[in-house]
Design a protein around this ligand. Structure first.
Ligand code: GAL
Length: 657
C-alpha cells in the first residue's frame, strides 16, 4: 500500500478535481484567452503565476486517448477528453491527435477514468516501422514539461517508444500483459507546441507488437525557486517525523532524498544552475515520498502476499514452526504467553541463522532477534563478545566444530523447530544441519540433525552438536546403504505424555524416519547402536522419497503432511495417519482440493499448529530460489471431514473468526 497522507500535490489534485467539477475549469485568465496568446517567445511564467498553476496541479492536458465525446476530468487547456488536432472549442488552445486511417479507438471492457479508451492500430493496416504511430500536438508556452504516458495492455507484452520533441524519451519500455505501465518523461518546449509520437519501430510484420496508447498527461514543470523546494520540504516534515509509520527501506530512501535536498539548498545558494538542481531534488524527493510504504497492521492471513513484521521488515522465519509459549518476558521478567514463530533467516540468502518472532494474534509479528546466530569467521567465534560468552569453556577442537556447523559461508541451517523441556526448564531447537564435509564438497553432504539449547525462547541458543541418527536395521531394505543415519528435512513432535520425537528424511531423502528423543530432548532416546526398531524409531514408507514433514495430533489421531523431494520447486503433498507415533501409518494421499497444478498450491509443508479457536493452521513455504528472503508463507486452515480425512483448500485471505 502506498503512503496515504496529504501531500500538497495530492491536495491540489483534489482541489483541481473539485474545481473541474464546479466548472471553474480553466486558469482564471484563460477566460480572457486573447490576453494570453502564446507566441514563440512567451514563457509560461510570463503569463501564469505559480499560484495559478499550482492550483491546477500543474496539469495542462489530460487525454483519455480516443475518448472524443467525454468532457470529464480535463486539464486546464482543454475541454474534452480527446480531440483531433485543432483549436479547443472553449480554451482555443490548439491540441489533439493527428487523425490517421489506421487509428481505432477502443473502449476497454474494464477501463475507468483515464483508462476508458485507448488507441489501437487497425488489423488490416499497412505498418511502417518508423511512421505508423499516434501523433499528438499540444499548444503550450515556452517552458519545461512533464509528460506521462499510460499504457493499459490487454495483449501480449511488447516494447513501446515515444519520441517527444524529437528525443526518444521512452525507449523500448516493455509494456506487460494485463498491466498498466506508466512512463514519465521531461522535455523543454521552445516553439510553443509540444509534439509527441508513440510507436514501435520493432513491430516489423508482427501485429502482436502494434503500439497502443491509453492516456497522456502534460504538466508544466514548476519554476524551481528556492521557495518552492523549501515549501515542499516543509510539507513533508510530517512524514519525516513519523519514521515509525513506514517500512525501514522506503523511509531510508525518503530521508536520503530529504537530506540530499537540504544539501542542494546549501550548496547552490546563488549558483547559476540552482534551478536545475532544485528541480532534480524536488522530483527525487517527490518520487521517494510517493514510494513511502506504510507498515502494515494485519487483520487476516494473506497467503502469497509479502508478510512484514511490526517494524515493516519482511518476516524471516522460513521452514518454520509456530506454537504458543509461556515464558518470562525479556524486559519485565513477568510471565507472558505469546505465539512464537521460529524459522530460517534467509535475509542474506541460503546461509543464515534462526530468527524468532512473537505475536498475540497470529497476524502481526514482532521480531525477537536472531536467536541462534551463524558465524562469519573463525576469528569472530574467538573474539566476538556474543560468541565468547556463549561458548566459553570449549576446547579449540570443539570451537572448530561449532564453526564448521555454523559457518555463515558454508553451513546449512534449515527447518528449525523449537520445543520446551519441562524437566530441565530449557528450550531446545533441532534443525537440519548440513554443509560440506571432510570428504565431500557438496553443500548438503553432512546431512545431519543439529541441536541447540537456551534458557529462554529468545536465546541466545547455544549450539551443542550435529548428529547422524538411526540406521536401517539389517533385516530391512536400506535405500541408501552408502551413507548411514542421514537426517535432512525435519520436524519435532511432543506427545501428550511429553515424549518427544524427531521426524526426518533419511537414506538420501528416500525414507522418512521417526525417532524418539531422550528426556532432555537433546539427543536420541537410545544411542544409535542400541536403538530398537519399533521402540526407538520407525521407518515410514521406505523408498517413498518424502520430506518436509509436518506432524500434528487431533483427538486420538496423528497426522503427518509431507512433500516430495524436488529442492525448492513445489510438488504434490501427501499425508499419513496413525494412532500412535511409532505405530502403523497409512497413506491417505493428497489433502489439497482444487490444486490444479498438483504443487500443494505452489508451496511446501513445514508445520501445523492449533490456534486458540480450534483451527489447525497448515504452514508452508512458497520458495523463491532466486531471492530466498522473498519466499512467501502459505498458511491455510486444515479442514477435518467426518470420515477422519483432512483437506486443504486455497484461500486468498482468511481469518480465525
Ligand atoms: C528442499 C528442502 C528445503 C531445502 C531445499 C534446498 O527439498 O525441503 O528445506 O533444503 O530442498 O534445495
Amino acid at each position: 500500500m502506498k503512503a496515504n497522507h496529504g501531500t500538497y500535490f495530492k491536495l491540489f489534485s483534489i482541489v483541481t478535481i473539485a474545481a473541474l467539477l464546479t466548472g471553474i475549469v480553466y486558469i482564471e485568465a484563460d477566460k480572457d484567452n486573447l490576453k494570453r496568446q502564446i507566441n514563440k517567445e512567451t514563457s509560461f511564467w510570463d503569463i501564469y503565476s505559480e499560484e495559478e498553476l499550482k492550483a491546477n496541479d500543474f496539469l495542462l492536458y489530460r487525454v483519455d486517448c480516443g475518448n472524443v465525446l467525454s468532457h470529464a476530468k480535463t486539464g486546464a487547456f482543454q475541454s474534452t477528453c480527446d480531440q483531433p488536432y485543432g483549436p479547443d472549442e472553449i480554451t482555443k488552445r490548439k491540441w489533439g491527435y493527428e487523425p490517421k486511417d489506421y487509428m481505432v479507438s477502443v473502449k476497454d471492457k474494464y477501463g475507468t477514468g483515464l483508462n476508458t479508451y485507448k488507441w489501437e492500430i487497425s488489423e488490416d493496416a499497412w505498418y511502417d516501422n518508423n511512421l505508423t504511430g499516434f501523433y499528438y500536438n499540444f499548444e503550450v508556452p515556452k517552458g519545461e514539461y512533464e509528460i506521462t504516458l499510460g499504457f493499459y495492455n490487454p495483449f501480449s507484452a511488447r516494447p513501446i517508444y515515444a519520441q517527444i520533441e524529437d528525443n526518444m524519451l521512452v525507449d523500448g519500455e516493455k509494456i506487460l500483459k494485463y498491466k498498466l505501465t506508466e512512463c514519465t518523461a521531461y522535455t523543454s518546449v521552445e516553439d510553443s507546441e509540444l509534439n509527441l509520437k508513440v510507436f514501435n519501430p520493432q513491430r516489423g510484420v508482427d501485429a502482436m507488437k502494434n503500439p497502443i496508447l491509453s492516456y497522456i498527461e502534460v504538466r508544466v514543470v514548476p519554476k524551481f525557486g528556492r521557495e518552492l523546494l523549501l515549501s515542499y520540504m516543509e510539507s513533508l516534515k510530517g512524514a519525516l517525523d513519523n519514521q515509525g509509520l513506514y517500512t525501514p527501506e522506503s523511509y531510508e530512501s525518503f530521508t536520503k532524498a530529504y537530506q540530499d535536498a537540504e544539501q542542494v539548498l546549501i550548496e547552490n545558494n546563488g549558483s547559476t544552475k540552482e534551478n536545475i538542481e532544485f528541480r532534480k531534488s524536488y522530483f527525487a524527493l517527490k518520487t521517494s515520498f510517493e514510494a513511502l510504504e506504510e507498515i502494515k497492521v494485519y487483520t487476516s492471513f494473506n497467503p502469497a502476499k509479502p508478510w512484514t513484521d511490526t517494524k515493516g521488515n519482511l518476516i524471516q522465519a522460513h521452514g518454520g514452526q509456530v506454537q504458543k509459549l509461556t515464558f518470562k518476558d525479556k524486559e519485565t521478567g513477568k510471565s507472558v504467553t505469546k505465539w512464537w514463530w521460529v524459522g530460517e533467516d534467509k535475509s542474506k540468502g541460503a546461509h543464515g541463522g534462526i530468527c524468532a518472532y512473537s505475536s498475540d494474534d497470529l497476524y502481526n509479528w514482532q521480531f525477537e532477534g536472531v536467536v541462534m546466530r551463524n558465524v562469519n569467521s573463525r576469528e569472530e567465534l574467538d573474539n566476538d563478545e556474543y560468541f565468547k560468552e556463549l561458548y566459553k569453556g570449549l576446547s579449540k577442537e570443539e570451537l572448530d566444530n561449532v564453526y564448521t556447523c555454523l559457518s555463515a559461508s558454508t553451513a546449512i541451517i534449515e527447518r528449525p523447530k523449537l520445543i520446551y523441556n519441562e524437566k530441565t526448564d530449557k528450550y531446545i531447537i533441532w534443525f537440519h544441519a548440513d554443509g560440506p564435509t571432510a570428504t565431500s564438497n557438496s553443500s548438503y553432504a553432512a546431512a545431519s540433525a543439529g541441536v541447540a539449547i537456551s534458557d529462554t525462547p529468545y536465546g541466545p541458543f547455544k549450539f551443542i552438536d550435529r548428529y547422524r541418527l538411526n540406521v536401517c536395521p539389517d533385516d530391512q531394505e536400506d535405500f541408501h546403504p552408502e551413507s548411514k543415519g542421514m537426517a535432512r528435512d525435519m520436524n519435532l513432535f511432543v506427545d501428550d505424555d511429553k515424549t518427544a520425537y524427531i521426524i526426518y528424511s533419511s537414506e538420501e531423502n528416500l525414507t522418512l524416519y521417526i525417532s524418539k528423543l531422550n528426556d532432555e530432548y537433546t539427543y536420541l532416546a537410545t544411542p544409535v547402536n542400541e536403538a530398537k526398531y519399533g521402540e526407538d524409531f520407525i521407518r515410514l514408507f521406505p523408498g517413498a522419497q518424502r520430506e518436509a514433514p509436518a506432524v500434528f495430533k487431533k483427538d486420538k489421531t496423528y497426522y503427518l503432511v509431507s512433500s516430495g523431494c524436488t529442492g525448492w520447486a513445489p510438488n504434490q503433498a501427501r499425508y499419513y495417519k496413525a494412532s500412535s507415533m511409532l505405530g502403523e501409518w497409512t497413506n491417505e494421499g493428497d489433502p489439497c482440493i482444487g490444486d490444479a497444478q498438483k504443487t500443494t498450491f505452489d508451496s511446501q509443508s513445514t508445520c501445523v499448529f492449533k490456534a486458540d479457536n480450534g483451527t489447525y493452521v497448515f504452514m508452508a513455504d512458497r520458495w523463491n530460489p532466486e531471492d530466498l528472503k522473498n519466499s512467501r508463507y502459505i498458511w491455510l486452515p486444515v479442514i477435518f471431514n467426518d470420515d477422519g480425512s483432512i483437506a486443504l483448500e486455497y484461500t486468498e485471505e482468511w481469518t480465525l473468526k
